[in-house]
Write a protein that binds this ligand. Sequence first.
Ligand code: ADP
Ligand code: MG
Length: 704
Amino acid sequence: MQTTFLDTSIEFLKGVGTHRAELLRKELNVYTFKDLLQFYPFRYVDKTKFYKVKDVNSDLAYVQLRGKIVGIKLQGEKRKLRCVATFLDDTGKLELIWFQGAKWFADNIQPNGTSEYVVFGKPAEFKGKFNIAHPEIDPVSAENTTLASSLQAVYNSTEKLKQRASLDSKGIARLIKSMLSMPNYRIDETLSESIIGRYQMMSRAEAMKQIHFPQNAEMLKKAEFRLKFEELFFIQLKLLKQKGLRETTTRGYVFSQVGDFFNTFYNHHLPFQLTNAQKRVIKEIRMDMGNGKQMNRLLQGDVGSGKTLVALMNMLIAMDNGFQTCLMAPTEILANQHFQTISELLAEQNIVVGLLTGSKKTKHRNALHAQLQSGEMHILIGTHALLEDEVKFKNLGLVVIDEQHRFGVAQRAKMWAKNIQPPHVLIMSATPIPRTLAMTLYGDLDVSTIDEMPPGRKAIQTIHRFDTHRDRVFGFMREQIALGRQIYVVYPLIKESEKMDYKDLMDGYESIARAFPAPGYQVSIVHGQMKAEAKDFEMQRFVKGETHIMVATTVIEVGVNVPNASVMVIESAERFGLSQLHQLRGRVGRGAEQSYCILMTSFKLSAEGRLRMDTMVRTNDGFEIAEVDLKLRGPGDMAGTTQSGVLDLAIADLAKDAQLLYAARNLVAELLTDDINLTKPENAAIAAQYQRSMKTGTNWSRIS
Ligand code: ADP
Ligand code: MG
């Protein structure tokens, strides 16, 4: 493909050059003209008008006001000194507050009620009154009362860019302006006329101009709509095209019958009644494995909703059709647990279940390989050791991947190669994820959702306690142990502070061992630095009820199932993300007893930390928690999604633009139904952009 204007290297832009280009690449990931064009402002400043005090509300990002100061005072002690001024215009009063330079403001602002000032800042509400913290304030002058003709874009810059290349927000705006005014600057349309017409969208060229240099708020809104829509549209196009392609080119094994394995289990060994949601989902999966297409399906459900059983029953169907199956888990502990659960459930049936993890000895492996290749083994459970090339099946029909987020797409693909035709793939997600995220992250998969919990579960009670109340928490733990319950105490372990965390864990373990002395109390400990056998041994002691307390790092986060454990104490809970907290909490509440989750934090909590604790205390609904998490952290930082370049959106926001995403996806589906290969002339612009996005490094390909 010919290099187009937008592919030009950034150093060739007037005013850039090699030095600045290098910094732009390093600091902002801006390599080409296109990258700069898509380096969108993160907010806008509105100095196009003066607001009146009566029109101020806290939804406004920034307001510019004109009026007088009718009172000023210094409040507070030395270090916490603040200056509070009362601002007045002809409609009302509000407070201006400065914490930094308080004295300077108190000395220099005239509170005489006659000198006029221009004030600019972000309004906030406090006890029903409005104030502005740290506003800009200047005496009225010819300059600052001449209103700006347009909104001003503000760009994120970095210290290095500012200091070494004098590229602050204004500098970046200048570069963009110069690019937009180059004689050969040209922006091609990427959507079809019918789509543009249907949504009365701005053209792409106009949108690019307006997003950087908006004429007014209304034009800016239209530009944002256009660019967000387009971004989501092409992501969905890529996903749905991939899906379509796979469905037309990849055939799947047809599981046409339900036989003895399934029926015997269902009629004689099912330990409890399936929930309606489980029944529905089992059926969805079964239908999908019988239609001749290869299944690629995501199984979603809250922690404890019973995904394992659903997977198992579909594995039995695969076996009824003469196929082998495997179940891959992200950790050794979890693989062991699955092996045990499934072996017990199938104990009465003539089914061979194997376990393969990294710590298995060669002899065991060799025997296992032979059983797999002869077809004698029906089910293989394990960790990513299953991906190894030596692991060959006679006839693999269904792969179940538990807690997907720990595995990458490449690993998924590796399982495909384990039979002549790719086996069916069922992915179980570790935590509920918001719909917008699922549609993007797993947009090429079909989705089944278990939206109902097994009956008889008592809602877990969640309590937030400060560290200073540890003695009371210990007292509560003793009561619970006296009732025959078991307890988890979990410590954070984060790569960057591993050493410190490890010390915290050991200190914590010691203080617990002191507070719960043997022989009356038995305490287990499990952490990442232990050998697999030692971990397993400790885990088993707890599973068997030989120990009362399990002190652990987050290695127990996923999947572990000990129904008698009814208390989860999470230390330094403020250091965990919401989905992780929810996962951990899901380790309890699996038996018939009332369960508790105790979140321990220090007294000092950030506003966000407090919101996380409050959310946990308020609700047990994993989907609701996931939504809050998405709002707080954005999709890129949510558990397990970090490797996914798909979520690096330039302008759309999966937390806020849900409706837009649904619309874009529907539109793409409609488009592909009508013109699957995008060959119709009216879709030429879309096809061209699709080709470009596949070939060149926009968002996803740069990352993957
Ligand atoms: P998750 O969806 O988090 O993987 P699991 O599959 O581990 O959940 O199931 C959680 C617990 O619920 C297990 O102890 C399992 O035996 C139990 N369970 C699953 N389905 C049902 C059901 N229909 N009725 C009662 N208990 C169930
Ligand atoms: Mg599970």
